[in-house]
Ligand binder design. Sequence first.
Ligand code: ZN
Length: 284
Amino acid sequence: MSMSNNNTEAETITEANESAKVEIPEEEVKIVAEDAPVVEAVSEEEAGFVATIPTSLEDWKPKTKLGKDVKSGKITNINEILSTGTPILEPQITEILLPNMENDLLMIGQSKGKFGGGQKRAFRQTQKKTPEGNKPSFSALVVVGNKNGIVGVGYGKSKDTIPARDEAIRNAKAGIFKIRRGCGSWECNCKASHSIPFKVKGKVGGVTLELLPAPRGKGLIVEPEIAKILSFAGVKDIWCKRVGRSTGKSNLIAAGIKALHKLSTTKISQEHRENLGIVEGAHD
Ligand SMILES: [Zn+2]
């Protein structure tokens, strides 16, 4: 990681226009609920709905078939949903099936000015010139994860920070995916799930990020925001190689997410599965 590109990043952000917003691959930005088919909600009695769901979720009226199946207890396993590729349009699905999911803001903003310029911030502020004057808006990127094989990153934008964060959390929960863990480190070769089973690359814009298996105890030797995503996914040890200059953190983060997606979609043989100690998604 180099400190010398701080200026470039600051310049990009002061441009403050629509194009400065986070570029996360399209499959990551899921539309929540609004576009989902509207299905009549079933009553709790009809659904056979019982206790265990937190109070705030009791009033939730699912709009999708998947939502109804989750609320009624017909579907209880998140891995099952993620394997079929059925989109999770309602964040409550994730809240019910993964009640211990944690979230955190990724640092995508940067303060301006002589002093403290270039300091990392969670919210990116942009100004839009309108006939009535400058209208500020805030955007945020949030990571959610169970620290055990399931992770999601979501983007939110609003004229205030808190709604931007909340939208990002909802989008992150609706966009969760499972990742493959294992130990592909020849130095380690322990067949446990502390790292990743093989190296993967993600390319977005001018940045390529390669994630490589690292031996146990090495830690997450990557940029802090990528490390945060990996730790929320439950990966403990990793090396990385970065090629190309980034005009901002966004492309780098998006490249990291792309690489993690690739982990799960790469074909592997049963032999590799055993030799590399591969586990997929939420795992006991
Ligand atoms: Zn190992």
